[in-house]
Design a protein around this ligand. Structure first.
Ligand code: GLA
Length: 737
């Protein structure tokens, strides 16, 4: 009570008199600049830090200091809406970035500018850190802005330090709190479910708050990813408009709020979802938030997206500049029904096809409770002796004899209640001890907040690699959400249960960190019953992700299109399967737009299908460098047209590959036969165009001898001659010297 009185009087003093003498400094301007754009932070008279500009950078940096004076709020509340990390419980009544219950129980926080510094890291990357402090409480917040200047990409996170004498509790702890001054805002965001991930929705943001969020815990993106596109003033197109592409690099619960005020200014507050996640910090402890990654540009979505891809390949995705393995997966070919003999037969198929690797999927483990379906065995990572009497080692050897590498599926974060693991360690399982269990795909999630469980999960992979050093690929799955969130470990430690969602993800990252220290290069696919967990937090550790269990090629055109805004094609695992009865050419052409693989029984292919596939893999090898490392141009959107078209261009602009598809089977005259304007070529260069993946027994209608200028191909275009008989056409563009 005494403290409260003291606090209130200090607080009232600050409010009434604006500033104490230690804060009576002159205004500070902090420019955070990329190659073309700048985020400008400036203090107000009370040393509160606000955002006064986000957009093109000025040629004379000295002029930034004058920006603040050019904006006036009618209600005299300048510095309130545009705050760079809005605290709660004091002067601000808008959606906060930070909410603290202080050691003495007080719920008010204020943040004032203390200092900042800019460091240059490798590769021209800069990092600006800004220290803010509460004038009444010793709590500190440091905001970090890492800028990748060449890509116009910003990475922003915060660190909250408890410098008070007792525990504080964080009710909200956003990664970033941005502020935009525009007229209208158009948000492209996503919803979905299993096999229907990344369904876009474009919303003109209304006044008030629009929220994207997940509370699923694990497989957190099943219904909504922390990924969005924000256009300013009007919806951006591929080649025009101001647009920001963003992703919260966090593989758990998230909350992203867009709050528009009546001046048409927009506040964006993004971070871990505070839902059921109040976080306690002991004296001296800090909390580091995940980063919000955003790429910005004023020349349309295409350029921003290419910049984001380049950033991802160079700075984020594991082995982003490297190559990838083509593979044959047995999931859809066998499901759980296989044994050693059948698998060895499939190795021969992989070799015949010409892929690099065979990937053994779910079903290889569990003895007391064999994994013969998805109801049992998860958690018991010993080879099933009936199916695999000679173990994984034998399979690795046999694969090698057949001339292919060997990879394996794991789902190490999960457990079936029907398993030895569950019997031995019920306290390792996330469950409410007093309530009935609630399952997702007949399974439960292991408690990764517990270091013993982290060791167990690490141990699964470590044992596989130690016993079979030649394992060349891992598919890491995660099929369940977290129901009944409760941790026996946190209870034992006398830690708040509200730490579970956060500690789960940090526990997962610490396992992955450890794994990557010991096994830095093994390619690993991020899978979550399809695309249930795709973000730039996880992609630090993974080389690629499984777009969706839905491998219908038509569906994939749309899904891959949406993912392509944010993630480079080298990360999109795309397999040819029997999910759809569409001809193998169409299926293959679509899979080629990403990291290509198969999930079929090779011996079921007709001779001409096999011949086609063998040639297609060779073609893929010859163009994969373009797909993996080239620049992507989306030419014709399947959402607005009966066709889809996109192309990848080499950095030297001497080669490109154009993918064209019919996406509507309506009467053929209803789609245009007009040429498709190519992009990204050199107008002065001359090119020849050849059709790839021509099905045996058919002829290409493209004349491969004609030479076109880049100018013509980009101004007038090229006609791939799509029709209801030519529903998929791949065209290679090569410079003629
Ligand atoms: C998930 C994956 C599939 C497959 C199965 C195995 O659904 O997305 O690709 O691995 O699990 O159970």
């Amino acid at each position: 009570m005494k403290y409260q009185v003291l606090f209130c009087s200090l607080f009232a003093f600050c409010l009434l008199f604006g500033q104490s003498s230690s804060y009576a400094q002159t205004s500070v301007t902090i420019p955070i600049e990329s190659k073309d754009y700048a985020l400008i932070l400036q203090t107000d008279a009370d040393q509160r830090l606000g955002i006064t500009h986000f957009g093109k950078r000025l040629s004379d940096a000295a002029e930034y200091a004058g920006i603040k004076a050019l904006y006036k709020h009618n209600d005299g509340n300048a510095g309130i809406y545009n705050n760079v990390y809005t605290p709660s419980g004091s002067w601000s009544l808008v959606e906060p970035a930070l909410q603290i219950i202080h050691a003495d129980g007080n719920t008010s926080t204020e943040l004032r500018y203390v200092s900042h510094r800019k460091e240059m890291l490798a590769n021209q990357v800069s990092q600006t850190s800004v220290l803010l402090r509460d004038p009444v409480y010793a709590t500190e917040v440091t905001l970090y802005f890492k800028v990748y200047p060449q890509n116009n990409v910003f990475e922003q996170w915060s660190e909250i330090k408890n410098a008070e004498k007792g525990n504080i509790r964080l009710g909200k702890y956003a990664s970033a709190n941005l502020y935009f001054m525009g007229s209208d805002y158009y948000l492209r965001h996503y919803h979905g479910t299993w096999a229907g991930e990344m369904k876009p929705e474009e919303t003109r943001l209304p006044f008030g708050i629009h929220t994207l969020d997940s509370k699923l815990g694990a497989r957190a993106n099943l219904y909504q990813p922390p990924t969005f596109m924000l256009s300013f003033d009007q919806p951006a197109t591929e080649n025009s408009g101001k647009v920001l592409l963003a992703n919260l690099a966090w593989s758990g619960n998230f909350k992203i709020d867009f709050e528009m005020d009546s001046y048409h200014n927009l506040r964006l507050i993004a971070g871990i979802n505070p839902h059921a996640s109040e976080y306690q910090l002991a004296a001296g402890q800090s909390f580091k938030t995940p980063a919000l990654i955003y790429a910005y540009g004023e020349n349309g979505i295409g350029e921003v997206s290419r910049n984001l891809h380049s950033w991802a390949r160079n700075f984020r995705v594991l082995d982003g500049k490297g190559s990838r393995l083509t593979l044959l997966n047995n999931w859809e070919a066998t499901y759980f029904d296989f044994d050693e003999k059948k698998l060895v037969g499939l190795f021969a198929g992989a070799k015949k096809l010409g892929v690099d690797l065979f990937l053994l999927d779910d079903g290889w483990f569990g003895n007391k409770y064999p994994r013969n379906g998805d109801v049992a065995g998860l958690g018991d990572w010993q080879e099933n002796v009936k199916k695999l009497p000679h173990g994984i080692g034998y399979l690795v050897e046999e694969a090698s004899k057949a001339g292919v590498k060997f990879g394996i599926w794991v789902e190490p974060e999960m457990v079936n209640p029907k398993s030895e693991l569950y019997e031995k360690h019920p306290d390792w399982v996330i469950r409410q001890p007093e309530r009935p269990e609630h399952y997702f795909r007949n399974q439960l999630v292991l408690d990764l907040s517990n270091p013993e469980v982290q060791d167990f999960v690490f141990g699964i992979l470590d044992k596989l690699f130690t016993q079979n050093p030649d394992i060349a690929f891992i598919k890491w799955d995660c099929n369940a959400v977290i129901y009944n969130a409760h941790s026996a470990y946190l209870e034992k430690q006398k830690m708040p249960q509200t730490h579970l969602y956060v500690d789960y993800v940090n526990g997962l990252y610490s396992v992955l960190e450890r794994l990557r220290k010991k096994y830095p290069v093994v390619p690993m696919m991020l899978c979550s019953g399809g695309g249930g967990r795709v973000d730039y937090g996880a992609l630090k550790y993974f080389t690629e992700f499984w777009v969706s269990d839905n491998t219908d090629p038509l569906e994939r055109i749309f899904q891959q299109w949406e993912y392509s805004y944010y993630y480079p094609a080298i990360t999109h695992c795309a397999h040819i399967t029997d999910w759809s009865k569409v001809g193998i050419k169409f299926r293959t052409d679509v899979a080629m737009m990403g990291k290509m693989g198969y999930d079929i029984v090779v011996d079921h292919l007709k001779p001409e299908e096999l011949e086609f596939s063998q040639q297609a893999i060779k073609n893929y090898q010859s163009i994969s460098d373009l797909i993996w490392h080239g620049d992507l141009y989306r030419l014709v959107s399947p959402w607005q047209n009966p066709i889809a078209s996109s192309m990848f261009v080499s950095p030297q602009k001497d080669r490109a590959i154009v993918f064209n598809y019919v996406v509507s089977n309506r009467y053929e005259n209803t789609f245009s036969t007009a040429p498709i304007k190519l992009q990204g070529l050199d107008p002065v260069k001359k090119y020849r165009l050849t059709e790839l993946n021509v099905f045996p027994g058919t002829r290409s209608s493209i004349n491969a001898t004609t030479v076109y200028s880049g100018d013509l191909l980009m101004t007038v275009g090229f006609n791939p001659s799509l029709s209801l008989r030519r529903t998929s056409v791949l065209v290679e563009v090569k410079e003629v010297r």
